[in-house]
Design a protein around this ligand. Structure first.
Ligand SMILES: Nc1ncnc2c1ncn2[C@@H]1O[C@H](COP(=O)(O)OP(=O)(O)OP(=O)(O)O)[C@@H](O)[C@H]1O
Ligand SMILES: [Mg+2]
Length: 321
């Protein structure tokens, strides 16, 4: 056999790491992070059968909770309340389709990106007047708690809904409003014609959302229905707990979007809803063409959203129909 040596040019060589980095567990620690040293490290670990194992330093470890706390409904009860156990608990519950979990006074909601049948009328009834530990964690339980406190203490109640974009704030807010509309609904049916046309007060309160979202929500990279404004919703009840009205204050609308959009984003839904032509006569009044690209200000990015029918949405926005 002929032994061969091969000459490399200096610029083809990569720096070798000090021996203490041999079989390094975290390659980010390497002094020289080049292709050759990464491949060398992976190969050496593979030869030593270190394909999955990872050793952690003791101070990186966090205490594990006893098994009885698996999928705990209220994380404030955990013996060890650390990042890892909170995330583990939320993940295990999420895998079991349990998207709501308490953490003391807070209710953590995980976005399932799927419609679970947990917001039905039957579900809402289940939470009415129940104590917190009688029913599984739910946004309805929080809403009912606020409603009961309002009635028993005669005091205004407030609820803060927060999270990153796409977390589910808008969706959960709508569930809260729908819950109050259900529990605060007046029992007697309005007879006169004008109120029948407009729908009941409960319906009117719930129907404000499509309008608000048409003018204030847009597709972003992170959320196809991203609220580009903040809102403060006030719901009023009569002395017996019947719904009496609602008002909404909005603030900080993102105005730049009206004239320019990023490639993967869209302007406010209303522009594309109007272009859909689903509301008869609307395009004529506004002298609109049939091609959205005629309008540069709204067509710099996307002009459609997968699984969203702007025509159908427009009918919901148009409260006259
Ligand atoms: N509980 C839920 N059940 C089913 N789908 C949900 C739920 N919560 C959120 N989603 C889905 O995730 C999307 C984003 O949620 P949402 O619009 O509520 O986020 P957000 O927190 O208001 O974000 P932003 O800050 O961008 O307005 C929704 O359009 C919906 O498809
Ligand atoms: Mg939102």
């Amino acid at each position: 056999m002929l032994a061969q040596t091969k000459q490399f040019r200096k610029d083809q060589l990569s720096q070798v790491n000090p021996p203490k980095f041999e079989k390094a567990e975290d390659m980010a620690d390497l002094t020289y992070l080049n292709e050759a040293s990464v491949l060398h490290n992976l190969k050496q670990r593979y030869y030593a059968k270190l394909i999955y194992t990872k050793d952690f330093k003791k101070d990186q470890l966090q205490q594990v909770n006893p098994p009885k706390y698996e999928k705990a409904e209220d994380m404030s009860n955990l013996t060890y309340l650390n990042d890892a156990s909170v995330l583990h608990n939320l993940k295990q519950r999420y895998y079991a389709q349990l998207i709501y979990t308490y953490s003391g006074l807070f209710c953590v909601a995980i976005n399932p990106y799927k419609r679970f049948p947990v917001y039905t009328g039957r579900c809402a009834k289940l939470y009415r007047g129940k104590r917190r530990n009688e029913v599984p964690p739910h946004i309805f339980a929080i809403s009912d708690g606020a409603y009961v406190n309002m009635l028993t203490n005669s005091e205004n109640q407030s609820m803060l809904i927060t999270g990153e974009s796409g977390a589910g704030k808008t969706e959960n807010t709508k569930k809260v409003i729908a819950y109050f509309a259900t529990v605060g609904a007046s029992t007697k049916k309005e007879k006169d014609e004008s109120s029948q046309k407009k729908g009941s007060l409960e319906d009117q309160v719930v129907q404000t959302n499509p309008v608000l979202e048409a003018f204030g929500n847009a597709k972003t990279v992170r959320n196809d229905n991203s609220s580009r404004f903040g809102k403060f919703i006030r719901i009023h009840f009569g002395p017996s707990g019947k719904l009496a009205g609602a008002d909404i204050e909005t603030y900080l609308l993102e105005k730049a979007r009206v004239i320019s959009q990023q490639t993967l984003e869209r302007s406010y839904h209303i522009f594309y809803q109007m272009m859909s032509g689903s509301v008869k006569g609307l395009k004529d009044i506004c002298l609109l063409s049939n091609d959205v690209t005629d309008y540069y200000f709204v067509s710099q990015g996307k002009t459609t959203i997968p699984n969203v029918d702007d025509g159908e949405e427009c009918l919901l926005t148009d409260v006259r129909t």
